[in-house]
Design a protein around this ligand. Structure first.
Ligand SMILES: CNc1nc2cc3c(=O)[nH]c(N)nc3c(CC[C@H]3O[C@@H](OC)[C@H](OC)[C@@H]3OC)c2[nH]1
Length: 373
């Protein structure tokens, strides 16, 4: 196992790619779905179950971890991998998105963002330099540049201001990144829903020495067709030899459509958050397990699933646990959902290798529509 970070495309099907990222902590099979582990845990799941579900990499977040327990403390305790007992790759977001969505009393200027913690009101400052230092302290394998993500819809002026600021912050993040074998930094394309801005941002970042590139500023309230239109505009300007990560996406259908347009990596709170609210993702579509029609249904979510939570427990039992507010209900549905997302990614990877991605997408959608047999 080399101690370097590297990426290889092994098959293509139209714009879609099947590839792998190699890191000293393990290989990431792509297209990949990265479960969100914001506060050093994939909520309601043991790390070994996240791994058993098929995940090669999970996410951490600068904003949450700098506020609690603190980046220096995580470093003192051996780093995030040791802290949360996840020895495989971790990608950390740079915190800019959460500051703008969670923190109070934010002040943004060229230096960065000053804000008050949503937890205890303490005051903090995040800059490209401090965000990279925190990601280094956490021991992150893939670090994200510090950027500004604007909500949609927004004016062209607002999108341009944030995109240019994010490019200047990309340079500063890249300079502040501590080069280490196996460690990577990704740039983030911004530009709102403005095609010219998206192309300019992508081209500028492609010329900087990033290991991978993310498409940011999407999944922020825009319709799917706007998101897909921005992908068709942006992806052709991203280097084919680097991984492409679409941040915050998405539903199973969003992911399939984005894979077909050349995206390799995804993250979304949907499978974990939905699991905690009684919503199950399955090959037959979504199942709201709270619905009374499941109260005496002895079938599991999916008898053919490799995930024990989806295969071994009746819908009646899951219905009972969720109605009773039992913790095990959250645990089982979260595990089943994360496993379903990983099974979907495995199906997409195989379909690209076999050159049958469009058939796979059509078959998968048909099975959702058909629902239960
Ligand atoms: C939901 N839609 C969505 N669009 C997004 C766009 C951006 C963006 O342009 N820049 C940055 N830096 N982050 C973004 C993010 C946050 C992802 C993180 O948010 C956290 O999920 C809650 C998780 O942190 C473990 C994840 O880590 C990568 C987005 N999320």
């Amino acid at each position: 196992m080399s101690d370097d970070f590297s990426f290889a495309v092994q098959a293509t099907d139209g714009a879609a790619r099947k590839g792998e990222i190699f890191t000293p902590r393990g290989t990431i099979r792509m297209p990949a779905f990265m479960p969100v582990g914001t506060a050093a845990t994939v909520k309601a799941m043991f790390p070994q179950d996240v791994r058993a579900a098929g995940a090669d990499i999970l996410l951490g977040n600068v904003y949450h971890l700098m506020l609690r327990p603190g980046a220096e403390r995580v470093a003192k305790l051996g780093g995030l991998h040791e802290f949360m007992r996840w020895p495989y790759p971790i990608l950390t977001d740079s915190g800019g998105f959460q500051v703008m969505s969670l923190a109070k009393l934010r002040k943004l200027d060229e230096s960065g963002v000053t804000f008050q913690s949503h937890i205890d009101g303490s005051r903090h400052h995040l800059s490209p330099e401090r965000s990279m230092e925190i990601q280094h302290l956490l021991g992150s394998d893939i670090q994200m540049q510090f950027d500004e993500c604007v909500r949609l819809p927004c004016s062209d002026e607002e999108a341009e201001r944030a995109m240019r600021l994010s490019l200047r912050w990309a340079e500063r993040s890249r300079k502040a990144f501590r080069e280490q074998p196996g460690r990577a930094i990704f740039g983030i394309v911004q530009g709102g829903a403005n095609k010219a801005l998206r192309v300019e941002s992508a081209r500028a970042l492609a010329d900087m020495d990033f290991h991978g590139l993310a498409v940011g500023g999407l999944a922020v309230g825009e319709p799917q067709e706007v998101m897909l239109d921005m992908l068709e505009t942006t992806v052709p300007h991203l280097p084919a030899g680097k991984p492409r990560y679409l941040m915050g996406v998405g539903t199973p259908d969003d992911i399939m459509q984005a894979v077909a347009r050349g995206i390799d990596m995804f993250d979304c709170v949907m499978p974990t958050r939905a699991g905690r609210h009684g919503l199950a993702y399955t090959r037959f579509g979504k199942i709201n397990i709270k619905n009374s029609r499941h109260a005496e249904d002895t079938r599991p979510l999916d008898p053919d699933s490799s995930c024990p939570a989806a295969r071994d427990y009746s819908r009646a039992y899951l219905h009972h646990l969720v109605k009773a507010g039992e913790i095990l209900g959250m645990m089982l549905l979260t595990q089943a959902n994360v496993a379903y997302y990983q099974q979907l990614m495995a199906g997409l990877r195989a379909a690209v290798v076999e050159g049958r991605l469009s058939d796979f997408i059509a078959e998968t959608r048909a099975q959702w529509a058909e629902g239960e047999r």
